[in-house]
Design a protein around this ligand. Sequence first.
Ligand SMILES: [Fe+2]
Ligand SMILES: [Fe+2]
Length: 255
Amino acid sequence: MRIAILSDIHANPDALAAVLADIAQRDVAATVQLGDVVGYNTRPRETLALLREHAISGVRGNHDLMAIGRLPPDQCGPVGRKAIRWTRKVLTDADCDYLASLPDELRLAGGVLCTHSALGDPGVRLHARAQFEEETKVLLHFDGDLRVCCTGHTHTPQVVEVGPAGVVRRPAAPEVALDPTAFCFINPGSVGQPRDGDERASYAIFDPEGHHVWFHRVAYDVRRIARDNARRGIKLGPRPATTRSLISRLFDPVP
Ligand SMILES: [Fe+2]
Ligand SMILES: [Fe+2]
């Protein structure tokens, strides 16, 4: 059974709709989202409506928790904080109830766990080898049957395997064969706010039985959401790879 993995939609319904249309053309049995449904962009209500309309299950991220006042709005830069303040004003009680109803983690069949970032901490950035080794221990202590953790938050599409060969980082590729003996982290990248220099929406399809992941990019009209944001006083610049991820790549290179 193939699962579409979406993350970091960030109040961008145009990107989400394009991704859902792409998924509809493929052999996919279910779609899950890994949190940060809102934040940064300025069409959160349409995004939430699309998720409900398509009955997409998922977890909550740090921006979702900031938007409903469950986390202080200080886990992002000044533009992100401004967007959270704006988002808080426009969400209805029903929208807040929906976000509050999302769990911190979601268990899928086949030893798969979905979280926004680390278990119990949606704000930490998993990027160094030692972090993935430690998180593997935490996850296996949480549930010894787990084999895969689908995680977002960094907006960096990749697979990280922790196994006999050590920690192996596999960049996003059209098709990635997983090491069935390793514990695998799958990050599908961001649907609505990519940061790797490619503005197209990013998502992944995962086949737990076949141990394969396919990464997809979907083009859509990125100017429309930029115009909507600017009209509401939220000016998001282009999002190249973050300084931290560049430093991580330099000092923690791909084997
Ligand atoms: Fe995010
Ligand atoms: Fe996040």
